[in-house]
Ligand binder design. Structure first.
Ligand code: ADP
Ligand code: ZN
Length: 300
């Protein structure tokens, strides 16, 4: 019998839940806005209960969450969203709330590590063992697979909050990160684009100067990640990357920053397949959550 998994892509703006086994076999899916933790978690649980009534018990559930989170199974705060500035969501025990209703293995990780796992299993990172998945959306985050394992380390990577070179004369915008101002997220996430230009990214034309500047900052970050992590590929997702003209700009500017230093044909000759959109498109997040559920069952 096919084992079915539940996946929760827990975003700061919306939750996406699905039941299935992978791409091409999503039996049911729902999405709803992230409101209070009690209401939002209850909606996710009700969806899984409805689906279980149709398809039978889920074998495992995966949760890929906005953060910061505690993904360390040995920690007393495992499974929690920890210090988020999102009102009402700090110190919320997401795994505990779902586990209390569903006595099955639960996989838990950051939204971007989840998406990285989904891309590795079924998308643009198949066959690789070291790569990164970045999202440029409401925030900026990075998931890392290093030598075949999702990276956690001390807590988990926070690649959206690296400082960037900032020429204040050329670009006086102070940035939007509440912690750092002009960090990567503060300069490139959707809300920064909106604040800087006075309109949302989706309402700017493809030839607007916003995109060249966006690609400039993103390319600085990619050069840093290439030099520190040596990824075999970089997958760029999130709402802002729905602007296809960003990809050629980003590839060209990343090559310019590296200036020939990292000598590998994957970069020097095949940059088009080195910096890529998610193979799973907008399903990277929720399929990643399903992949986390599968992984939890395997390691249970
Ligand atoms: P989240 O980060 O909340 O999961 P998204 O990845 O969809 O959600 O990111 C939302 C952000 O992306 C918003 O700031 C929005 O303005 C921006 N965005 C959404 N669609 C586009 C688009 N087509 N072009 C540029 N920016 C976009
Ligand atoms: Zn920051």
């Amino acid at each position: 019998m096919t084992q079915l998994y539940g996946g929760i892509e827990a975003g700061g703006t919306k939750f996406v839940c699905a039941v299935g086994t992978g791409p091409g076999d999503i039996r049911a899916e729902t999405r709803f806005p992230t409101t209070t933790p009690v209401e939002t978690i209850a909606q996710a649980a009700a969806f899984f209960q409805e689906q279980q009534a149709v398809y039978g018990s889920l074998a495992a559930i995966g949760i890929a969450s906005f953060g910061p989170v505690d993904p360390d199974p040995t920690s007393p705060t495992f499974g929690m969203i920890t210090t988020t500035p999102k009102p009402g969501w700090a110190n919320i025990d997401l795994v505990g709330a779902i586990q209390a209703l569903f006595p099955v293995p639960i996989g838990f990780d950051t939204d971007v590590n989840g998406a990285a796992l989904g891309e590795w299993r079924w998308g643009a990172a198949q066959g690789l063992d070291t790569f990164i998945y970045l999202t440029i959306g409401t925030g900026v985050g990075g998931g890392v697979m290093m030598n075949g394992k999702l990276a956690h380390g001390l807590v988990h990577p926070e690649m959206g909050h690296i400082p960037l070179p900032h020429d204040w004369k050329k670009d006086p915008y102070a940035g939007k990160c509440p912690f750092h101002g002009d960090c990567l997220e503060g300069m490139t996430a959707g809300p920064a684009i909106e604040e800087r230009w006075g309109v949302k990214g989706q309402d700017l034309t493809a030839d607007h100067p916003a995109w060249d500047l966006e690609a400039h900052y993103l390319a600085l970050a990619l050069s840093t990640f290439i030099c520190t992590l040596s990824p075999q590929r970089i997958i760029m997702g999130g709402g802002v990357m729905a602007q296809p003209q960003l990809f050629p700009l980003l590839r060209q500017k990343t090559l310019a920053h590296l200036n020939g230093y990292v000598q590998h044909p994957a970069i020097l000759q095949h940059i088009d397949t080195y910096i890529v959109p998610p193979g799973l498109g907008s399903y990277a997040g929720v399929l990643g959550a399903i992949a986390l559920g599968q992984q939890a069952l395997l390691t249970d």
